[in-house]
Ligand binder design. Structure first.
Ligand SMILES: [Zn+2]
Length: 337
């Protein structure tokens, strides 16, 4: 059901079948002239129907539509080229734009697989994953007309004036749109209320968790009365939620340090298997492959962050990377609250 969430702002629910995220909130801001749509859904029939039917119901003229993608992930960008083919203009943060199919060099999946193998992820499982990865299967078709957005760019839409904010972490080029007078923010996947946004390690973007925590502080400092996330529940208290996400990552770091203190140097894959995950599985080896991949990506993001804080170090032994605690006397005097 399309829902009015504020004056001239509507949420169009787009289902994400077989995906733990369940749905995408695509938001539509109306104006007398050009409308603005935020995020699109996967390139998949169920998403396509929900989005295009919603736009039709709202009598949106696609020739007069701007689309803002909060980030490059396929559940946000998948249908963008189809909207562009019917006349819409598509905007996305410059950093993520370069990784979208059809622009720049794109994501080098082979390189990403190789880097996971170094951390102990079994190579045969990486191969299976590559075949079924929804990020690839449901990704937008190649399109080279994305318009780049930078920090501070303004989107005037009817009574609103939204400012683009860099909020890297979930992806290197993730952005939010903020309306200071109305206290409204389109959060994308920067802050979600029912699930913790996934923060993984990115080869070309070092210390994603450090960048993410800084971007959380940045959004926490804003005056917000209506936070609008890209998935599930919206309109909960933003600052309480940010504090909970920060605490979650602090706890995660503590857990990683505790495991390394107790068990000594190990590969990221083995460390991930020793961490606690909210998933009903008898053992780490039985984790569904995609969840395993994301879990290790998350463990790596925490390890990189702890390296930046001077608490952990890594060595390359032969073909594999091992992580260990920095001896007490060598630890840098840096810490986060
Ligand atoms: Zn995402």
């Amino acid at each position: 059901m399309i829902e009015k969430v504020a004056e001239n702002i509507y949420s169009i629910p787009v289902p994400l079948p077989n995906n733990p995220l369940k749905n995408l909130n695509s938001y539509l801001v109306r104006s007398g002239e050009r409308d603005l749509l935020i995020d699109t859904g996967f390139r998949q029939q169920a998403c396509r129907e929900a989005l295009f039917d919603g736009l039709k119901k709202m009598q949106v003229d696609l020739q007069h539509l701007d689309v803002f993608l909060t980030h490059m992930h396929s559940d946000h960008s998948g249908l963008a080229p189809e909207l562009a083919a019917r006349g819409a203009r598509i905007y996305v943060g410059e950093t993520d734009r370069l990784k979208l199919p059809g622009v720049g060099e794109g994501i080098d999946w082979e390189r990403s697989d190789r880097s996971f193998a170094i951390h102990g992820f079994p190579e045969n499982q990486l191969e299976q994953l590559t075949q079924a990865n929804p990020a690839k299967v449901l990704a937008p078709v190649p399109y080279d007309g994305y318009l780049p957005v930078r920090e501070g760019d303004m989107f005037r839409v009817g009574i609103y004036c939204f400012k683009a904010l860099d909020t890297p972490g979930h992806t290197p080029g993730h952005m939010c749109l903020y309306e200071p007078d109305a206290g409204i923010i389109f959060l994308g996947d920067h802050v979600l209320f029912d699930i913790t946004p996934n923060i993984i390690s990115w080869g070309y973007f070092p210390n994603s968790l450090g960048a993410y925590l800084e971007a959380l502080d940045k959004v926490d400092a804003l005056d917000v009365t209506l936070p609008l996330p890209a998935h599930r529940t919206f309109n909960a208290d933003l600052h309480t939620r940010i504090a909970a996400i920060q605490a979650h990552h602090r706890d995660r770091c503590t857990e990683v340090l505790r495991i390394l203190d107790a068990e000594g140097p190990m590969m990221a894959y083995d460390l991930t298997g020793r961490m606690t995950w909210k998933i009903r599985c008898r053992s780490w080896e039985e984790f569904p492959l995609a969840q395993k991949w994301f879990a290790m990506g998350e463990a790596l993001a925490h390890l990189e962050y702890l390296i930046a804080l001077g608490k952990v170090e890594r060595t390359l032994n032969g073909l594999h990377c091992h992580y260990m605690r920095v001896p007490e006397q060598n630890r840098k005097n840096v810490d986060r609250k």
